[in-house]
Design a protein around this ligand. Structure first.
Ligand SMILES: [Zn+2]
Length: 216
């Protein structure tokens, strides 16, 4: 594994999230599994679409007893690091984890709507299972544990989950490679966003038609 290449891939993936309008301010976080029980992870407090390779941090897969120390430059790992650790530990097949506060997914879950991946041919094929994790305190180990359990359960293990009022998490397969894992995780997050936007628009169009009545 060429760590420099994976760092560059993480920077590129952050720019993709920004270009798609999936992150605001310092939101969103990305991680890649490294050999030797380590993770590459985006730092907290910086825009993920403006990262440089040196901003990316290396942390142990297991949370250190005293918490994560700041890097030499004073950077700390993502506030959602517990999610990344828990999902990587629950799913050894996963090589990358990406999380963002997708606005359309937050609107739907705020309204109590659950988009069905079977509604669109692409999500039916690529993301047949899209469970919703009930709300939990951001950054808490409790929420991280429930997200990881959701990823690890079910007959076909999910590759993306919605978080009630908190966006979505998607994963990429560690094989054939870690760069591909990151690309796959971002692709899946984008696909979740497409489904959520289509679902929202369809709901609004149906509601508008119903409000107009038969003569509308
Ligand atoms: Zn979050």
């Amino acid at each position: 594994v060429d760590e420099a290449t994976i760092r560059d891939a993480l920077v590129t993936a952050g720019r993709r999230l920004g270009a798609r309008g999936l992150i605001a301010g310092g939101e969103g976080n990305l991680s890649v599994r490294l050999p030797g029980g380590r993770l590459l992870v985006s730092p907290t407090g910086l825009r993920k679409d403006e990262l440089v390779a040196d901003d990316v941090l290396v942390v142990p897969l297991e949370r250190p007893a005293g918490g994560d120390a700041a890097s030499e430059r004073g950077l700390r790992p993502s506030s959602d690091i517990a999610i990344h650790r828990a999902v990587m530990q629950a799913r050894p097949d996963v090589g990358a984890v990406v999380h963002a506060h997708l606005p359309a997914s937050m609107a739907l879950t705020l309204a109590g709507e659950a988009p069905d991946p079977a509604a669109l041919p692409e999500t039916a094929l690529l993301l047949p299972d899209l469970p919703i994790v009930p709300f939990g305190e951001m950054g808490s180990p409790e929420l991280a544990a429930r997200i990881a359990a959701t990823f690890a359960s079910g007959p076909r293990r999910a590759n993306a989950v919605l978080l009630e009022r908190h966006g979505a998490v998607a994963v990429g397969a560690a094989e054939p490679g870690l760069e591909a894992a990151l690309t796959q995780a971002v692709d899946r997050l984008e696909l979740v966003d497409v489904l959520c936007r289509v679902w929202r628009d369809a709901l609004l169009l149906r509601a508008a038609r119903a409000a107009l009545g038969p003569s509308g």
